[in-house]
Write a protein that binds this ligand. Structure first.
Ligand code: FAD
Length: 536
């Protein structure tokens, strides 16, 4: 997969998608599979923003039941099963424990009722071919049984825990990438590091966008019958700039951070109720992922990052609510921040704001035809949002209706048979590669067959050097950060160290003809990212 900027400039497309997070990636995949000619531009790398910096859950959202958002929970539970089926290498079941303290029978009865409803709304959770993907219903574990599962739960007045199941993504970055790869396999023209600068507006109609290649001064127009903005937390800002007036629909941006620390639980996730909310302790690649926070964010989405104060506050919060945590700054190996793009309901309350999505026709809302925006939503529901968007766009374009196939067509790395059995027969050191690449793993590994240097291991998780040229040649990786933070797991649990970064950068330099200066600046950029995650 290579960028083809000439094609983007020369062709006239049915649809232009601005933004290559999971929303844009799902729209591109769906539209291309239904035969629309499609262009997608992403100003940075695919899934570099919110679509990477989240809790990595494919979940129904148990807590949304409190706000009676039954429709959203049911939609999310249905979509959870769909992701389990179309991406079994990248999505797996995860048990959650909700510890209860003291004899608060009312709280316990309310939670039991909520979990029963959650199970009922997930009535189809057993409709999966792979036995490894079946999710059991909830159950109560008394204190003794719970402590056998997770000794960490001990604490004053601990009386037991509810257990329920949701699903976790092994790599949201690669899941989004596989959606892009599938779009390209269906003839989409796609480019990362191409930024939409302004819309091409003529007589109240949008005819595409003027874009800029981030690696050169090259600016050109992409022409399309319809343009859709899938720019996540940038959506309303881009629109206001493009239209020269405030957008009709506004977003609230809510910052959430996560920390990666040494493994705290044996195998389950913990959902701990806390003052004004909850937090998760999630098992992830031999570590624990702690999150998250929820604070209104007023700055530019380009400047979101993690500060030392953010880290200290989250550690204090967790230590205060989980007696056995005893976390300190020295435990934190890695951190990241993301911005939730939430539809502004005027309440100013980001924690309780709905996570539902909206598709806006700017012909109706702003008297600008040929332009749509997709705002809000969750990772989990992005495929369905794309289905609804493409249904409307196909009608708008006057194309013959074609059924959406994204719920039943597996992603490019998904095996035909049960992935659980494949994983069971894969030796433990190679399971990481099997999960990341699925059926594409042999193609990547073939690069290492004739070159011992490419067989060297570059991370504790099991990444190897051959992933680097594979990412450049087959997956449009153009910067060191693309490789280290998204295509591979090399930097996903913390800085892998100067020598690993130097090895990756040298392989990329050989592939892409980088100068010595470029190689050094790529390493410096990644080092800065590890320190601040891009914060200004
Ligand atoms: C802390 C946190 C935890 C979360 N946890 C979960 C979870 O566990 N499960 C779940 O289902 N959801 C979760 N979410 C929500 C989920 O991550 C988001 O709903 C989803 O990632 C949004 O994807 P997106 O594509 O709309 O936005 P993004 O991923 O932000 O993508 C937008 C893209 O548009 C690009 N762009 C912007 N402007 C331009 C331009 N002018 N030209 C070209 N490209 C442009 C950006 O570079 C960006 O890549 C969480 C969110 C946060 C912040």
């Amino acid at each position: 997969m290579k960028r083809d900027l000439k094609r983007l400039a020369d062709e006239r497309f049915d649809l232009l998608v601005i933004g290559g997070g999971i929303t844009g990636a799902c729209i591109a995949r769906d539209a291309a599979m239904r035969g629309l000619s499609l262009a997608l531009v992403e100003k940075n790398d695919f899934a570099h923003a919110t679509s990477a910096h989240n809790s990595k859950l494919i979940h129904g959202g148990l807590r949304y039941l409190r706000n009676f958002e039954l429709g959203l929970v049911r939609e999310s539970l249905r979509e959870r099963r769909i992701w389990q089926r179309i991406a079994p290498h990248l999505v797996h079941p995860l048990p959650f424990l909700i510890p209860m303290y003291g004899a608060d029978w009312k709280a316990r009865a309310e939670l039991a009722a909520g979990l029963t409803l959650y199970d009922l709304l997930a009535f189809d959770r057993g409709w999966v071919d792979d036995p490894a993907q079946r999710l059991p219903g909830h159950r109560w574990l008394d204190a003794r049984a719970a402590l056998e599962h997770e000794p960490r739960l001990d604490g004053p007045k601990f009386c037991g825990t509810f257990e329920y199941y949701d699903a976790q993504m092994y790599s949201p970055e690669r899941m989004a990438l596989e959606c892009v790869l599938d779009a390209v396999a269906h003839d989409a023209a796609v480019a990362n590091y191409v930024s939409a600068e302004r819309l091409l507006l003529r007589d109240g109609r949008v005819e595409g966008a003027m874009v800029a290649d981030c690696f050169s001064d090259n600016r050109f127009d992409i022409r399309a019958a319809v343009t859709i903005i899938a720019a996540g937390p940038w959506a309303d800002i881009f629109l206001a700039q493009a239209l020269g007036k405030p957008a009709s629909h506004k977003l609230m941006r809510s910052k959430g951070i996560h920390l990666i620390v040494p493994e705290m639980t044996k195998h389950a996730a913990l959902t701990v109720a806390a003052r004004g909310g909850h937090f998760f302790i999630l098992p992830w690649r031999g570590h624990s992922l702690l999150g998250t926070t929820d604070t209104a964010f007023a700055g530019s989405p380009d400047n979101v990052g993690v500060t030392e104060e953010d880290i200290a506050a989250l550690l204090d919060f967790i230590n205060a609510h989980l007696a056995s945590a005893h976390l300190s700054r020295a435990d934190v190996q890695h951190f990241y921040a993301g911005l939730r793009p939430l539809v502004d309901d005027g309440s100013g309350d980001t924690y309780d704001a709905s996570r539902s999505a909206e598709l806006i026709d700017h012909g109706k809302e702003d008297s600008v035809s040929g332009l749509y925006s997709s705002i809000g939503g969750k990772w989990t529901t992005s495929r369905h949002l794309a289905e609804q968007a493409v249904d409307r766009l196909v009608a708008k374009l006057g194309k013959p209706p074609r059924a959406c196939a994204t719920a039943t067509t597996k992603l490019p790395g998904a095996p035909e048979g049960a992935f659980g059995a494949i994983l069971d027969s894969t030796p433990a050191p190679q399971q990481h590669i099997a999960r990341l690449y699925g059926t594409r793993a042999p193609q990547m590994l073939s690069l290492a067959a004739s070159n011992a240097d490419l067989r060297q291991q570059l991370s504790e998780s099991g990444d190897i050097a051959a992933e680097v040229p594979f990412a450049v040649r087959e997956e449009m990786a153009l910067t060191l950060e693309d490789v280290v933070m998204r295509r591979t797991g090399i930097g996903q649990v913390g800085n892998p160290g100067a020598s690993v970064l130097a090895t990756c950068a040298q392989i990329m330099a050989n592939e892409l003809g980088w100068s010595e200066e470029r190689r050094a600046s790529e390493i410096a950029a990644v080092e800065i990212n590890f320190k601040t995650q891009g914060a200004a």
